[in-house]
Design a protein. Structure first.
Length: 390
């Protein structure tokens, strides 16, 4: 029996397939859905494993998908095919077991056992101890990741040559335009939407940011969720100097900070003029708010709540449901159709200030349900009038 070039366990491919089934997702450039893949599942999985082991897995182009952003711009995703997602997932599982233990404790994005809520909770705790926050925004981060630095980091951690081979191929895979099908070659960046991309992005920022902070600003706390970063400072002057040095650091690794979105904010119960007094992190606005305790007494504290942009998106989504036209459906029908979506919103945005978010959410829904009830009431009233007149 001929020995394979690379020893890749079949179990990795099978586990990755199970991950892809759970996550579902849209088809890539070949149009193959998961249902179509499953029609010859065993044969397809064997082909993936065989080609990975022989070094002949060449990823097809990723399919461009444009997602509108709240600022009017678009986020560009690169969607791999179902088969390529499985191949990426197998290699990602191999790498993750070796790389995740070395990552910084305050790196939260796309890591086993860590979540956005963990990052938000730590951020809220530190806002009570530090008065100033540097909110960092990296311009088009996933589009500017340097391939040579990622491969250098992988090699530094002793990754076998087949890992380097496939990571290079995935990072360099062309993108197929969603408008005309044209192939766009890539010399930097890692496709947002790829299975392996978040892990490679974390590895890149582990060296570009996390370890740099440990070396240059030991003791200065931060939270990083992928490329969303918040740094806590005791004084405004500290935050200003750090902002300048961080800009230079990012420039040295091929990144740049978004000047319009990288801000310094003052978060304290003592009022201060001519400075920003809030910042946004992972869909939450952090600011000092006036609240009531269980005795009804007022007090001021930093409390994270659903951001204005998040509430805007939620309201637009609810408007899109066109509840006012559902006059032929019962409340039970409405609940069956939309409860899962609303439950997801509450689970994410109601974590820290449940009463406030649930009130804002139900206000948006109930006002529309009231209109439906009024329309039904008018119909019944008109029907009764008609019966009386006859």
């Amino acid at each position: 029996m001929q020995r394979k070039s690379f020893e890749i366990p079949k179990a990795l491919v099978w586990a990755s397939y199970q991950d892809v089934r759970r996550n579902r997702g849209a088809p890539g450039c070949d149009g193959q859905t998961l249902k179509m893949f499953d029609q010859q599942r065993d044969r397809n999985l064997y082909r993936i494993w065989n080609r990975l082991c022989s070094g002949t897995w060449f990823p097809p182009p990723v399919l461009e998908k444009r997602i509108p952003k709240s600022n009017g711009r678009e986020r560009i995703l690169g969607i791999p095919t179902v088969a390529d997602r499985i191949a990426q997932g197998a290699i990602k599982r191999f790498m993750e077991g070796k790389l995740d233990p070395i990552f910084h404790v305050d790196s939260y994005g796309y890591r086993p056992g860590k979540s956005a809520h963990d990052a938000l909770k730590q951020c809220a705790t530190r806002c009570w101890r530090y008065s100033w926050v540097l909110e960092v925004d990296i311009s088009a981060f996933f589009d500017h990741v340097r391939h040579d630095l990622v491969l250098k980091a992988l090699e530094h951690h002793g990754m076998p040559k087949w890992v380097l081979l496939y990571c290079r191929r995935w990072m360099e895979a062309p993108m197929q335009s969603c408008e005309n099908g044209e192939l766009i070659n890539r010399t930097r960046g890692t496709p947002q939407g790829g299975v392996v991309s978040p892990l490679l992005a974390n590895l890149f920022l582990h060296y570009a940011f996390d370890l740099w902070m440990e070396r240059e600003y030991r003791g200065v706390p931060f939270e990083r969720y992928a490329d969303d970063i918040v740094i806590h400072c005791s004084r405004m002057s500290d935050a200003t100097r750090l902002k300048s040095r961080l800009s230079d650091r990012f420039s040295s690794v091929g990144l740049s900070m978004n000047a319009g979105k990288t801000n310094i904010a003052y978060i304290d119960t003592f009022e201060r003029r001519n400075v920003a007094t809030s910042f946004t992190f992972l869909g939450y606005d952090f600011k000092v708010r006036t609240l009531k305790n269980f005795k009804g007494e007022l007090y001021r504290t930093c409390m994270p709540g659903a951001s204005k942009s998040a509430m805007r998106k939620i309201t637009e989504t609810i408007k899109g449901w066109r509840i006012h036209r559902l006059t032929d459906k019962s409340l039970l029908d409405f609940a069956k159709e939309y409860n899962a979506i609303m439950r997801g919103w509450i689970e994410y945005y109601g974590k820290f200030w449940y009463r406030n978010f649930s009130y804002r959410l139900w206000s948006a829904v109930q006002s529309r349900l009231m209109n439906v009830a009024l329309l039904r009431s008018e119909r019944r009233s008109n029907a009764a009038s008609g019966m009386f007149m006859t």
